[in-house]
Design a protein around this ligand. Structure first.
Ligand SMILES: [Zn+2]
Length: 133
């Protein structure tokens, strides 16, 4: 009886070890998966829309640093791409909201300049293809 009890406890420990290892593997895969998603955001393509028209598209992963002006009815937004990020550097709009929004960081929050009808947003590849076609 004593031996049987011992055998049972060893078996239980073995099962527990396997169980713990499986848990650890799932845990590690989860962390790696999250890290990959965080390090490689699915959206790196951006577009600049002025008055409903796409005037500029780029892939921030490969985009060179640049500064360019987007004009709308005599008003100007100066857009800057630097270190694979994009922002409105300067604008002559009265509210300066677009400048204060800083670097574009989320597809959920595009940079918008309401007075100049300017939008800078992340887009997916299919969207860009449709625009350039
Ligand atoms: Zn603005």
């Amino acid at each position: 009886m004593c031996r049987k009890a011992f055998g049972f406890s060893v078996g239980a420990v073995m099962k527990n070890k396997v169980f713990i290892i499986v848990i650890i593997i799932i845990f590690v895969l989860g962390i790696v998966g999250s890290a990959v998603v965080l390090l490689m955001p699915p959206k790196s393509r951006i577009r600049v829309v002025s008055d409903g028209e796409t005037v500029y598209t780029a892939d921030l992963r490969t985009a060179e640093d640049t500064v360019f002006d987007v004009e709308y009815q005599g008003h100007v937004n100066t857009v800057e791409i630097k270190d694979h990020r994009i922002r409105v550097k300067e604008a002559d709009c009265p509210d300066q909201t677009c400048v204060r929004m800083g670097w574009l960081s989320s597809s959920a929050a595009p940079i918008v300049c309401l007075p100049h009808k300017l939008v800078i947003e992340f887009t997916d590849g299919a969207d860009v293809d449709a625009v350039t076609r």
